[in-house]
Design a protein around this ligand. Sequence first.
Ligand SMILES: [Zn+2]
Length: 234
Amino acid sequence: MRNQVILVQKAPEKSTVLFVWFNQYAGVMLKTPSKTVAIDPVDIKPKNLANVDAILITHEHYDHLDPRLITETQKETSCTVIADSASAGKLQHAIPIDKLQRVQPGVEIRIGEVSVKAEKCNHPAESPVTYIITSEDGVKVYHTADSLPFRELAVMGQKEKFDVVFCTVGIAPGSTPRTGFEIARLTKPQVAVPYHAYSVTDQTQFAQIIKEELLRTQCLIPEQNKIYQVSKGK
Ligand SMILES: [Zn+2]
């Protein structure tokens, strides 16, 4: 494990969120003015999760679900764990029953004033989901897990008006910079973030396609373990 300390301690200003991408997969730490949420934490030290209010798991694959890390973190922080059905099944004996929320597409959970809504995911796992996270002041982040594009994304994009969408550009079966771009094209966020990547080359290619074909979306290529701030779009 080569991760640096990435405790996001600074609270974001009103109508902004902070995020950190902390592994080469879908590991994202998200901080709203009131809550800290870690999504698919693997390859990260427990101490970096010391502030979390909730952990979100998208599916049971090893690069997304680390039961030991979650169990340890949940004991320390007493955070809520929100997980797809297969992952929840693997966690149910380790997490107190009132702290484990099993979700499927369409289910919305509240963490204080922050909303987490599970949506469909197009990925060969048992019961994968993606998550729409809406901050208390309306910043909308869409974590698409390892998903390939799917038709309903277009309607979701229109309805939700996403500020940030995380797009898989590699590693997962069938995923490429082009499929990642397709997710951005369908969801039309203010900011598209390429992640789940073999290399920065995949991310750069994604950025290039966005620049040529999706004029109103800005691409943010994250470096791992750096803090980024995103504001609510107008
Ligand atoms: Zn993955």
